[in-house]
Design a protein around this ligand. Structure first.
Ligand code: ADP
Ligand code: ASP
Ligand code: MG
Length: 418
């Protein structure tokens, strides 16, 4: 008998009926003879509503208090799911991150898990319970409540699976698996049966929000077999994410994704001397600001320019950090560009296969889409385009790389916009 970790996202527990539906999936796994630990997100749009409420109080809520507020969402859904499982005739207990001992770094709103205490989990499993754990939240060594970043319940689930050496971690959601792109943008899109950790990690990082990137990182590090599957079609096995080593037979492009949540910052007339980039990016790192794409232009007259992208939510902190960086002489302007979307193609099969980048650029140019910035890594090529070009770019790239399908993907559990 093994341990199976199941995770249900917000849409899968959005109302009482859906909570009962999730409870059926939990009971089914228990009846298969497994020990079951379930990680749950907040119901529906709860987290969005709580953020909106906080911003009605103040435009820049304190990050500690925001974590205190947001962590309540998951506490509601764990209690309700535990009740639903109990009403199905099984022993169940709900636990917060604090009660389990999900220990995180001392950072608010994007804390990383450093350790998960397993004693309590093992004890409750041994007593025959199905355990329902609040996703997205943890606690620092000092007892402060933290959250892991939007979409972080996936990471809670995989981390628990890793800590308990679980047989599998199943992420139940509103689509039937991982597709070559978001099926809401391209409904006629191929579904992936198996994908490597490496490709899934890149896809998640560049915007395929079906999985939180850190959940894939953790699954890869601890070799946890991960499945994305539908909470509405329980017999469907979805997509398996595992270590795959038949690199030679990978498709050149496994998936396409976009991310419209970044801003571009352009610094002109920076001194072309050793240490400028180190000081700039060192200061940003010290303030916990992650930088994504970076371009430094050719130096002229002892000066050059640097352009880089950060998450929109980090824009104010980034500008503050730059302005406070007294050792860098900024003679030029600081320009910000909000009208950007990063469109990326990902595939382990593009290694050593020439022409993939050229095909991407051609497909975009045929749609008259201008490229503002390009970056590449071994298995990924990203282009910055204007926000309103992102969907057309994705459609064009899915067509270019043969990712379309004759069947339409089913997207269930749509919720009204916030
Ligand atoms: P949950 O509430 O279950 O965590 P999410 O909204 O976080 O659900 O993730 C599921 C959504 O991810 C899908 O509804 C789909 O629109 C989106 N998505 C983006 N890229 C992909 C992809 N490549 N494959 C499948 N779904 C994707
Ligand atoms: N409830 C959190 C969010 O909406 C965490 C999650 O759903 O994974 O981001
Ligand atoms: Mg999610």
């Amino acid at each position: 008998m093994g341990i199976i970790v199941q995770k249900f996202g917000g849409t899968s527990v959005a109302d009482a009926q859906k909570i009962h539906n999730a409870a059926n999936a939990v009971i089914r796994e228990k009846e298969n003879g497994n020990d079951v630990i379930v990680v749950v997100s907040a119901m529906g749009h709860t987290t969005d509503h709580l953020i909106k409420l906080a911003k009605e109080i103040t435009p820049n809520p304190d990050s500690r208090e925001l974590d205190m507020l947001l962590s309540t969402g998951e506490q509601v859904s764990i209690a309700l799911l535990a009740m639903a499982v109990q009403s199905g005739g099984y022993k169940a207990i709900s636990l917060t991150g604090q009660q389990v001992g999900i220990i995180t770094e001392n950072i608010h709103s994007k804390a990383r898990i450093v350790n998960i205490k397993t004693e309590k989990l093992k004890q409750f499993l041994n007593q025959g319970n199905i355990i329902i754990v609040a996703g997205f939240q943890g606690i620092t060594e000092d007892g402060e409540i933290t959250t892991l970043g939007r979409g972080g319940s996936d990471t809670s689930a995989v981390a628990i699976a890793a800590a308990l050496n679980a047989e599998r971690c199943d992420i139940y959601t509103d689509v039937e698996g991982v597709y070559a792109t978001d099926p809401r943008i391209v409904p006629n899109i191929q579904k992936t049966d198996v994908i490597s950790y490496e490709e899934m990690l890149e896809l998640a990082r560049v915007g395929a929000n079906v999985l939180h990137p850190r959940s894939v990182e953790t699954a890869k590090q601890f070799n946890v077999p991960l499945r994305v599957r539908s909470s509405f079609k329980l017999d469907n096995m979805g997509t398996l994410i595992i270590g795959v080593d038949n690199m030679e037979i990978y498709k050149p492009v496994a998936g396409v994704a976009s991310d419209s949540s970044q801003v571009r910052i352009l610094l002109s007339n920076l001194p072309d001397i050793p240490g400028t980039a180190a000081k700039l990016f060192g200061a940003l790192a010290q303030n916990n600001i992650s930088v994504d794409m970076i371009i430094q232009s050719l130096a002229r007259n002892g000066e050059n320019s640097i352009a880089f992208t950060v998450a929109e939510e980090d824009l104010n902190a980034t500008l503050e950090t730059i302005k406070n960086q007294k050792d860098i002489i900024l003679t030029g302007e600081i320009l910000t560009d909000n009208d950007i979307a990063k469109v990326s193609i990902v595939g382990a099969g593009m290694v050593d296969r020439p022409g993939i980048a050229a095909s991407m650029f051609r497909a975009l140019s045929e749609k008259n889409i201008n490229i503002k910035m390009i970056s590449t890594s071994e298995i990924k090529i990203s282009c910055l385009v204007e926000k309103n070009n992102a969907k057309d770019a994705i459609k064009a790239l899915c067509k270019e790389f043969g990712l379309e399908s004759s069947e339409e993907a089913v997207v269930k559990g749509d919720l009204p916009d916030v």
